[in-house]
Write a new protein. Structure first.
Length: 611
């Protein structure tokens, strides 16, 4: 019996008010105010007789002259958690929409928005608690937070969250914005927008606090021109836009940030600085240029859109090596020091292939292509393994942000040991720490992706099939043979591994017919090392094509006839059966497991009624 008694209380409230004032038929004023408040309280009492409490008290027992000393007092353990949240949002806006001489239309909005949110957390754990007296006992906090080896042959240690903790998060925003558009005779439209934002999340340097975000655009309804007389084209619109957008990361701050702890050595409180002040913290800005077209053809049976874009992002928050003279020589800190470029296109097509009285067939096709490239960064991985395991923390210029990095595989030597090519094209089994020997092997994000949707209707039956596809990206194979075993820090002499271990190097000459190195056991060979496994695991022979085609959803539904629904006093009713994740076809068979091709499909059935 656990003998854990928990109680939770929650309360939330949302107050909303809206005002609309019609000044003229073409001008009005809107105002909105919303306030939210929430409380979440949780209390848990772990009684002394519970297994968890007895285990915790025994864990912190120590030996003193042959006698057990209980450094945590005997008694209940009481945990109390409180979470408070409040926020408000005030928005006001002036709207203008007026048409002159039946040809000139002007729409314009101007407004402001003020937002504030505050989150408060506090936790407290009391030991030796007496629920009748509502008291707890004294703790030797320096001893318990410093840690020691207890009688249970385990390290006994309390961190600050095991005692008490308190957090507060405040975000404030003030925004001013405007958007205007002019249209002539429903043929030509010019538009523009601008926005200023201020926030406590940005740097204290004033030159970064007043940078507006803006955009301009234009479109042309070609099909409305007198010279355009193509009967099978129902609609053709050309459009273009250019603008600068922004984003601010909430995990960065312009001020010095630190965490404070109780010192187990000298008493009192000490602080651990997480990041230095950053007065130049600013918007992550993206400049986007876009051109596109919307069309509808053949009596609106074929419609779609196509867009071509290029995005250049600057001042991206990215890691940068700290300054040793400031005490951050071994840390990476986030600054606005990154730049990136994206370019590509998007195509969407919708078609009614069959329109009949009892049968119809419509299809949809989506295709997107994006090429990503880092154009500026000021950080390098300090250790070669970090380049493999954390590529987004240490991206390289002229490569995709979501990259995979690896060694160039050079096969096995005559002793069955893995080899790689160095930067000069020479085979080596030793020079694995040289960062120049690590190369870019592709991106983990699809370069192209899309879907094909087919929908069929026959009388009261509906059938839809959704197929997804993606390609141009890579995945690292994790199902590979383990070539080191009997790790002294592991839990077993023989490790579970890939069946490809059967094809390992066993004798001289095998290096000509296999890429699986010889198997070594700790203590049995002087060549045993953890690095040989890293060379093998991070080589490009384990970087696979991640392209796939996936039957994502099949749905079959039957709609009950209306006369049946009327008899049953129903508005409508249908029976539906869905199959999710039916089958994934990987272009590289070795990548099937990483792409989820081995996962079983999900079957869902239901009856849907409306009254």
């Amino acid at each position: 019996m656990s003998r854990k008694l928990g109680k939770r209380k929650e309360f939330s409230n949302r107050t909303y008010a809206k005002l609309n004032v019609k000044i003229t038929p073409w001008l009005n004023y809107d105002a909105m105010f919303q306030y939210e408040y929430g409380v979440n309280r949780y209390q848990r009492l772990n009684e002394l007789d519970s297994y968890s409490t007895r285990t915790t008290i025994n864990k912190f027992a120590s030996n003193s002259d042959g006698s057990a000393v209980y450094n945590l007092p005997k008694g209940d353990i009481y945990y109390n958690h409180n979470h408070f949240s409040n926020s408000y949002n005030f928005r006001q806006q002036l709207n203008l929409n007026k048409t002159f001489q039946e040809k000139h239309q002007i729409t314009w909005i101007v407004g402001s928005e003020t937002r504030h949110s505050k989150l408060e957390y506090n936790d407290q754990t009391r030991y030796g608690y007496d629920s009748d007296m509502l008291t707890s006992q004294y703790l030797n906090q320096p001893l318990l937070t410093g840690g020691f080896s207890g009688l249970m042959n385990s390290w006994a240690y309390l961190n600050n969250s095991d005692l008490a903790s308190q957090q507060e998060l405040v975000n404030r925003f003030v925004s001013f914005y405007s958007n205007a558009a002019y249209s002539y005779n429903n043929k030509y439209t010019l538009s523009g927008s601008i926005r200023w934002d201020r926030s406590n999340l940005w740097g204290t340097n004033s030159k970064y606090q007043n940078k507006p975000l803006w955009s301009v655009g234009a479109n042309w309804n070609v099909n409305r021109e007198d010279f355009f007389n193509v009967e099978w084209v129902n609609m053709l619109k050309l459009r273009t836009s250019y603008g600068i957008g922004g984003n601010i990361a909430k995990d960065a701050a312009p001020y010095l940030t630190a965490s404070y702890y109780t010192s187990s050595l000298v008493g009192g409180v000490y602080g651990n600085i997480s990041s230095p002040p950053n007065p130049d913290l600013r918007w992550e800005k993206t400049t986007t240029i876009n051109a596109g077209a919307d069309f509808s053809l053949l009596n609106n049976r074929l419609s779609g859109s196509v867009d071509v874009y290029k995005k250049k992002s600057v001042d991206l928050l990215a890691n940068q090596q700290g300054t040793p003279t400031e005490g951050f020589g071994y840390n990476t800190l986030a600054f606005n020091n990154g730049s990136m470029e994206n370019k590509g296109f998007e195509l969407a097509v919708q078609a009614d292939l069959v329109r009949g009285k009892n049968f119809s067939w419509n299809a949809g096709f989506l295709l997107g292509y994006n090429k990503n490239k880092v154009t500026k960064i000021n950080v390098e991985a300090p250790f070669y393994v970090l380049q493999f395991d954390y590529p987004q923390e240490f991206p390289r210029v002229n490569n995709a942000f979501n990259g995979i990095y690896s060694y160039k595989w050079a096969g096995l030597n005559d002793q069955g040991e893995p080899q790689i090519y160095d930067v000069d094209g020479n085979k080596t089994a030793e020079d694995y720490t040289n960062m120049d020997n690590i190369h870019f092997s592709g991106t983990t994000v699809p370069k192209y992706s899309g879907s094909i949707m087919n929908g069929f209707s026959y009388k009261n039956f509906d059938l839809s099939v959704l197929v997804l596809y993606a390609g141009g990206h890579k995945v690292r194979n994790t199902n590979i043979p383990k070539i080191n075993m009997a790790d002294p820090y592991g839990s077993a002499m023989i490790s579970v591994t890939s069946k490809d271990i059967r094809n390992r190097w066993k004798q001289a000459g095998d290096e000509n017919k296999t890429d699986v190195p010889r198997l070594l056991f700790y203590g049995n060979s002087p060549d045993y090392s953890y690095y040989r496994e890293s060379v093998y695991n991070y080589s490009d022979i384990h970087v696979l094509d991640a392209s796939y085609v996936k039957i994502n959803n099949i749905s079959l539904a039957y709609h009950l006839p209306s006369e049946w629904c009327n008899k049953l006093k129903l508005g409508s009713a249908r029976v539906q059966f869905n199959v999710e994740n039916l089958k994934t076809f990987a272009f590289d068979k070795k990548a099937e497991y990483m792409l989820g091709a081995k996962e079983k499909p999900t079957f869902v059935g239901g009856v849907y009624l409306s009254f």
